[in-house]
Design a protein around this ligand. Structure first.
Ligand code: HEM
Length: 158
């Protein structure tokens, strides 16, 4: 299992593919996905990026629920997130959700570290887990919206 994190490069195209439905089965369907995502958010809560998320328990729980629904739908389970995105393209909507927050590469790496820790508890076919990880590594790049100044402004580039 690689748990490889590849760097985000500003304006670079990010090819990615949604996780295989095999992951949905391997994790234990909708219930299993809920367990994984709740454990992920427990880890987030103790991480360096906890401040990005609601500090109020009820609000935090709402994010956990929505996030679970999203991942269920994303991985080929029932389309339970559709109502949240108002019928908008799922990927577009998800990028837009993150626009409200200032996310840099450090925050992304911390987020991926939390996901890695949550996934480590699962004993499943490595190829299936790797496929899910690849989605996380790639799609998370699209949530990054703050870059170091030197990448934004290059005086030598016309
Ligand atoms: C593969 C990458 C990612 C996916 C699929 C993802 C997915 C989601 C989903 C489904 C939600 C809930 C949206 C809703 O309200 O319906 C959410 C919210 C959020 N995500 Fe992500 N996320 C990703 C990466 C990240 C990263 C790297 C960060 C960095 C800090 C982040 C921070 C947040 C924050 C702050 C919220 C909103 C919490 C709130 O509503 O107050 N996400 N994300």
């Amino acid at each position: 299992m690689s748990y490889e994190i590849t760097p985000t490069i500003k304006d670079e195209e990010v090819p990615y593919k949604n996780p295989s439905p095999k992951f949905f089965d391997a994790v234990g369907g909708a219930e299993g996905m809920q367990e994984l995502m709740y454990s992920f958010y427990e880890i987030i809560y103790k991480s360096d990026i906890h401040n990005f998320f609601p500090q109020d328990k009820e609000e935090f729980d709402k994010v956990k629920v929505k996030n679970t629904k999203f991942f269920v739908q994303l991985c080929g389970g029932p389309k339970v997130y559709e109502e949240e995105s108002g019928g908008m393209d799922l990927d577009e909507f998800m990028i837009r959700v993150h626009d409200d927050f200032t996310i840099n590469e450090k925050a992304r790496v911390e987020w991926l570290g939390c996901m890695r820790e949550a996934l480590k508890a699962y004993d499943m076919d490595e190829e299936i887990k790797e496929d899910f990880w690849q989605y996380c590594d790639k799609f998370s790049k699209l949530t990054v919206n703050q870059f170091p100044k030197d990448q934004e402004f290059n005086p030598y580039h016309s």
